[in-house]
Design a protein around this ligand. Structure first.
Ligand code: WT7
Length: 646
């Protein structure tokens, strides 16, 4: 716990949209009169047909139904592009910074309009219609944003798959939502290394008969395989297409996108977001949390393959007519000064990144930061996992020069936008705390039985009322949506996170309370890694847990039981790590792999992960209740092995 408090700096307060009194007043109204509050703020978006209804939500487990602005119609691309053309057609919408520092580009709102309309027409010509699903598997190039907005323009539902995922992971996601088209590039470029996106897509598409079109952006120009009638070059097709493409009129509750995310069990879930509430919430949080003013240069370092890239590189900022920086590369290339050089080069005012990146850069010392001026920075942000106070202080002092507040923003793929966060002009900061709820958000801390706990306390984090950016369902599996989020604590949305509330009412997220691991701010289901491991011919059984990792926050710790007669060698360990990388992608690589002649199980056969977590943390004397173990000898054996390894 950190006792240190950082008040709002006067320069920040003087330009801020909201001070503490205004926050209190707006927050109070948002919870007392949600219809009035969200009815007013919904007008920040342009509607073709205005809504007359605001909120229509039931969290009843027998009938979970979430609707916002349900009789309004709009188009997300219109809100991100067309409505800005008159006033800021010539203003930069996207600053693109390539992997190579010599590569960059500025795309104005007018340019954006042309690119998006042409691609939208290409998709239409290939038969893509309103409601069809389109998979985007792209590097961080402007065409990724064009692809998202082109889908939105014609009412197609995009499903972005992060470029680091394997062909199998890509295929599974394409199949789950029956995508009719894929937009990809020949290769990606990250840290000077090429990523074979088209080759991966080819491998995936061999098992995806629903896909009729693959649009390929030429990024590196390397030779690629080509499938006639299915594959088309982006540059050829868009050049030939018209730059005039009217926006499809969408209902507020028509789907905007699907994004797959890991849960505690089973395959990744297709989180479905709809159009109206999502756009209101993404744009409103972007404006207030980042205290966005016209002309500010705003940089979120996420990848569009994650929800942060959706809400805070593309939809939120562009809906606000902002200047959004999009970065293709990695923080360490060409060297550990890259982030800071980019800040100076483009005069970045707001910089939003993840604790894992901050920790990795902190390890490089202060020199790479101090080479740069960083005098354009006014505000810093953090997202993805709890930020440890040591990293917070370094970020604040060395990067922000004690001038820039840090907004530690807590949210999830499911929430669509930020739910718990400081507001720069309103909230005194405590390092490591996401502080207070955004407007309309009503956090509750409950115990294991679902009893709501008052005052300073700790327990499981629920949200008692809906907010417009909330996910609406799991694509194709509403029952799973209800089961996952609305049955543990009936009548509330359960986040899966543990949380403490202090005496000032500040929230401190303590991490996942389910079998989800947060690796470098990315979610990994233990079940997914286990399923990948047991696919290997030598593996009989596997159990995966999260363990503390200096840079990643949590790393993946795998216990593996081999088939009888298989020799447990170091070579096999390496092979299994490679195997998981190949099955899921590099982000799922186990950081530790321990042989387990047996796994600790209850008499009914359930693996006791609690014990495996303790062993991975070297907390041997503190295993908790082991009385339900079927065979206590298994645990002694695992502890012995763990100790002997060191
Ligand atoms: C999980 C959601 C939200 C976009 C990136 C991750 C953890 C996220 C914070 C934060 C503490 C955080 C939670 C959450 N998390 N932000 N500021 N402080 N924990 O999205 O992949 O859906 O993961 O990330 O555990 O449940 P995601």
């Amino acid at each position: 716990m950190s006792a240190q408090i950082f008040p709002v700096p006067t320069e920040v307060a003087s330009r801020a949209l909201v001070d503490d009194a205004k926050y209190q007043e707006m927050y109070d109204r948002s919870v007392k009169d949600p219809d009035g509050f969200w009815g007013d703020h919904g007008k920040r978006i342009d509607w073709f047909k205005p809504y007359t209804k605001v909120k229509n939500v039931s969290y009843d487990p027998h009938n979970v139904s979430i609707k916002w602005y349900e009789d309004g119609t709009l188009n997300a691309a219109y809100n991100c592009i067309d409505r800005h053309l008159e006033k800021r057609g010539d203003q930069t919408a996207i600053i693109w910074e390539g992997d190579d520092p010599a590569d960059d580009a500025k795309i104005t709102y007018r340019d954006l309009h042309g690119h998006v309309c042409r691609l939208a027409n290409v998709l239409k010509a290939r038969g893509v219609k309103k409601g069809d699903r389109v998979c985007i598997y792209m590097p961080m190039i402007p065409e990724a944003a064009y692809a998202m907005l082109a889908c939105a323009r014609i009412g197609a539902v995009h499903s972005i798959v992060f470029g680091g995922f394997s062909p199998d992971a890509l295929a599974g996601r394409i199949q789950d939502s029956d995508c009719v088209a894929v937009i990809t590039s020949d290769e990606g470029l990250r840290g000077g290394k090429k990523v074979p996106l088209k080759a991966n897509a080819d491998e995936a598409l061999a098992n995806c008969p629903s896909v009729k079109t693959c649009v390929v952006v030429k990024r590196t120009g390397s030779a690629i395989n080509w499938v006639d009638n299915r594959d088309i070059w982006y540059h050829e097709a868009t050049e030939a297409a018209s730059a005039d493409c009217p926006c499809e009129e969408m209902n507020a509750e028509d789907p905007l996108f699907i994004l797959y995310t890991s849960g505690s069990t089973g395959k990744p879930k297709g989180v479905l977001h709809t159009t109206g509430g999502y756009m209101v919430y993404a744009s409103m949080t972007h404006e207030y949390v980042f205290d966005y003013h016209d002309g500010d240069v705003y940089w979120c370092t996420a990848d569009v393959g994650w929800v942060t890239g959706h809400s805070y590189i593309v939809y939120g900022p562009l809906a606000n007519g902002a200047i959004s920086l999009m970065f293709e590369g990695v923080p360490s290339y060409p060297d550990a000064s890259r982030f800071w050089q980019v800040c100076d080069k483009h005069q970045v005012n707001t910089f939003y990144t993840a604790p894992t990146a901050i920790r990795a850069l902190m390890r490089e010392g202060n020199a790479p930061v101090e080479k740069c001026k960083l005098d354009s920075l006014r505000l810093l942000g953090s997202v993805g996992e709890p930020i440890n106070p040591e990293a917070w202080i370094w970020y604040y002092e060395v990067v922000g020069k004690k001038r820039c507040p840090i907004v530690d923003t807590w949210w999830q793929t499911e929430t669509g936008g930020i739910l718990i966060t400081p507001l720069p002009g309103a909230t005194a900061l405590k390092p490591g705390s996401a502080t207070r709820p955004f407007f309309g958000v009503q956090p509750e801390i409950v115990d294991g039985e679902g009893k709501v706990l008052d005052g300073a306390t700790e327990g499981n984090l629920c949200i008692s009322e809906s907010w417009p950016g909330q996910m609406r369902t799991v694509y194709g599996d509403h029952e799973r949506f209800v089961q996952t989020y609305f049955t543990t604590y009936p009548g509330k949305y359960f986040t899966g996170d543990g949380c403490r509330r202090d005496e000032d009412g500040y929230y401190w997220i303590t991490g996942r309370v389910d079998d989800v691991i947060n690796v470098s701010g990315h979610r990994m289901g233990t079940a997914e890694v286990e399923s990948a491991l047991v696919l290997h011919k030598d593996v009989a059984e596997a159990a995966v847990v999260g363990a503390p990792h200096d840079i990643k926050g949590q790393g993946i710790y795998a216990y593996v039981t081999l088939n009888v007669g298989v020799e447990p060698t170091d070579a096999l360990k390496k092979e299994l790590v490679q195997w998981v990388r190949h099955e899921i992608g590099p982000i799922a690589s186990p950081d530790w792999l321990q042989w387990a002649p047996g796994l600790p199980k209850t008499r009914s056969g359930k693996i006791m992960r609690r014990i495996l977590r303790k062993i991975a943390e070297d907390e041997f004397s503190n295993l908790g209740d082991t009385s339900t173990l079927a065979d206590p000898g298994v645990v002694d054996n695992l502890i012995d092995q763990r100790q002997n390894r060191k």
